[in-house]
Ligand binder design. Sequence first.
Ligand code: NAD
Length: 372
Amino acid sequence: MMLEHIENLISEQIKRVENMKKGEKPIDFATKEQIVIGYCSGDGIGPTIMDATMLVLNKLLSAQIQSGKVILKQIDGLTIENRIEKQQAVPTDVLAEIKKCDVLLKGPTTTPSKGENNIESANVALRRELDLYANVRPVVLKEEGIDWIFFRENTEGAYILGSKGINVNEDIALDFRIITTPGVERIARSAYEYARANNKKRVTIVTKANILKTTDGKFLDICTKIAQQYPEIKTDDYFVDIIAAKLIDEHERADFEVFVLPNLYGDIITDEAAQIQGGVGTAGSANIGDKYAMFEAVHGSAPRLVEAGLAEYANPSSLIKASEIMLRHINLIDKADKLIEILEEANQKIKVTGNKENSTCSEITEYILERL
Ligand code: NAD
């Protein structure tokens, strides 16, 4: 039984690698006549920050919406209640609606802890179903000269088989971690292509290849091989533990530019980086594949904030920032530039931290709307 489970996992991965090797032609948004932006509000503080973001996008894109170039389409049902009822990480009908859109703006979704309900994370499922292999997270702290961008591998590593571990017996629990050649090639290429296009001088590969020699060893080897095709860019590699320390080393941290990391390290390190920027409430991210792309806040549904009756103190900047990254992806660059300028100004003037002592979601949203 156990061996059969392992054999099944391996054959699923072999199939996945074959599909990856086929590749998909990326959409050219510059020539696309109509772009459908789907949005799901999610759970907890999700509806509060999504409502704010929609007010902003409706105003910012009013001309494009009126002309029919952009459609903002609400997709219901990506809620924890519906997911538990259907016993699906992303209910089939919801996934079908999402696939009809060009891009998705997603509010945070709750993942119940083990024991409550073993439903898989909606994010992990969406990243897998839509093959969103690059999780791209910018972190900027202008006053310190920090301008980082993280390319976190999004579809393998410790996460892809995270719900498929085995309890061998009462004493032994076993999880699986997978790294594949095409999986690393495509995330490494995304990072180096970004570096080349944006005149970045340095790419840092982050692993723990001294300990996880097979999987992280492969990640490091393949990234290093891809790096050779970009001789103008300096490549270095660090272990994840020392990178966690370097990010809080004020003497060195501003020297880093582009990072490429496997899934789990990317998850942890980017939250640390977001905190340096001003908290998770300020950070947005992109999940990009060849066909689909999904944009979201880096944080979760903040249930403690909701339970304390403080949802209105949630910062919508994370999701508005995600929208800015989305606008760049769909080639509405001037709109993205305008939005980020106003958002940065808003965050300097108005502090929204989830605390009652600071401002509310509506206050910062009003400020942004007035300036648009
Ligand atoms: P969380 O990110 O929801 O909250 C962490 C801390 O950040 C809390 O103190 C919270 O109050 C604060 N915070 C989060 N967003 C904020 C905002 N916009 N403004 C101000 N403060 C904010 O992390 P958690 O509590 O570990 O997770 C809660 C749930 O979210 C879990 O079910 C988890 O699985 C899920 N989650 C979802 C995503 C996603 O959908 N992308 C990401 C992470 C966690």
